[in-house]
Design a protein around this ligand. Sequence first.
Ligand code: 3PG
Length: 186
Amino acid sequence: MEKFIPVVVIKELSETDTILTALKGAGIHCAEITFRTACAAEAIAYAVKNHPDMEVGAGTVINAAQCEAALAAGAKFIVSPGLSVAVAEICNERNIPYYPGCVTPTEIMQALELGITTVKFFPANIYGGLKALKALSGPFPQVKFIPTGGVDRGNIDEFLAFDKVAAIGGSFFVKEALEAMAKKGE
Ligand code: 3PG
């Protein structure tokens, strides 16, 4: 999996090219396009077709219907803010990586029972940050985390230094990439 997972919100389909091009310009070849807008599935399908050099997944997938729509659009991975057994089962069947949000030992145990060993840790800053990840890694050494939510340039390095961190998620990657692209164009 890619080390950086930008959380992408596409309000208008026409923004897809700009955002994905900016991310690539920043050296990031991954995008988690979130089901927070009506055009999410369409944007995923567009991105998969027009940006084949990017690992395009779906985020904020909170039920089976959204998961089906994301997979039909070509999403290569699925992310949820919490854990959905229905989504996990669909992804298991299709052999698609699923990263559910898990912040408690019980949620992590549920993920493990579903065969999932990499989970999103969200919102990372609210649920104890790196300190919590280290504590959870005691009983769950087999689990890798994707801290997301409140991660920024100020704390990314400390997360990356921890070997149980599989990747970092965040919307700040998009913001930075767009700013960098605008600067280049000035
Ligand atoms: C998410 O859904 O993963 C979050 O909205 C990302 O949080 P951030 O905006 O603090 O990076």
